[in-house]
Design a protein around this ligand. Sequence first.
Ligand SMILES: Cc1ncc(COP(=O)(O)O)c(C=O)c1O
Length: 371
Amino acid sequence: MKIEFFRHGINDEDIERANKVLKSIFLTNAHVTEEFERKFAEYLGIRHCVAVNSCTAALHLSLLALGIGEDDEVITTPLSFVATANAILHAGARPVFIDVEKETGNIDVAKIEEKITGKTKAIIPVHLYGNMTDIKRIRKIADKYNLKVIEDSAHCIEGMREDIRPGELSDSACFSFYATKNITSGEGGAIVCHDKELAEKFYMLRLHGIDKDASSRYTKRYSHWDMKLLGFKYNISDIQSALLIGQLERIEDNLARREEIAFFYEREFDRLGIDYIKVPKNTKSARHLFAVLVNNRDEVLVKLQKAGIGVAVNYRPIHLHTYYKDTFGYKDGDFPIAEYIGERTISLPLYPGLTDKETEYIVNTLKNIAK
Ligand SMILES: Cc1ncc(COP(=O)(O)O)c(C=O)c1O
């Protein structure tokens, strides 16, 4: 059997929508992107959405627009994709890592306050694997110390914790539409926020700091544009946005199938005594990734691949990557729980298109390897 780690769910209607854009004059961000932004904001119940070309860009712009830069410290987790900490470095600030909870892999909120200094300006919690962090407590701490909260919600569009959704309590929340994400345009991202002025800054910063986007420059009566801020080239295209609209409409139906598969994995792994990352209490998980924790991970991983099962490692902790070790002097043992998970974690296939036969094969193969 051959089971890919991920198969996207782009269907003929999505392709037709993208085709329509391709047959139109305007391929970059214009009306289709506006439609996606409106629908994404509506889905989350947040006032503003600004689509960009990646979650990395969304994080970078959030930090800049919220005034975080040189000499500032930003608290985050070492158990994430490197993009989270890299965005902090790109903004000129310094990431300050806090170890994670053993059950969920999410930032251990109880350890945040002890790392706050006079230089701390923001917290970036990551809703790892689709499970929201304890965002209520994070917001409380942030308010006490006058810090910004930027959610790295690359894994979590559909999730909820104690009825709170991504973007609800933070200054901004950042999403990814990278190739393996729950909705995808190959590459892509979005920022949501409540504040109109902040959203307007994001619109400008995603296109060099220019006060008119390309469609209004070319399709309306000519008027001069002005560059007001030093921005970036981070805009998305209508081709990408066209692919996302239909996927967003199907997101809850797809989540139901993701849940079905995840519940099956949980039931079987409980029975077999195989450890896995848990969903916190009072949480509706976006079920982005299903991570088992095994000893001799690299051996198990090779055997799964040999049996035709696609796998991933999310993640080996950021502080142990060469650049972070060389630049900041991090070493083994600095964040023991992130390292514990980082040494054991394997992400199994989890997407709506998986068949029951395939999930049974995955469980049986892992059972035989783990024996
Ligand atoms: C937790 C996390 N944050 C940020 C990113 C960066 O997203 P993008 O590839 O859209 O820049 C990813 C991407 O995989 C991610 O998993």
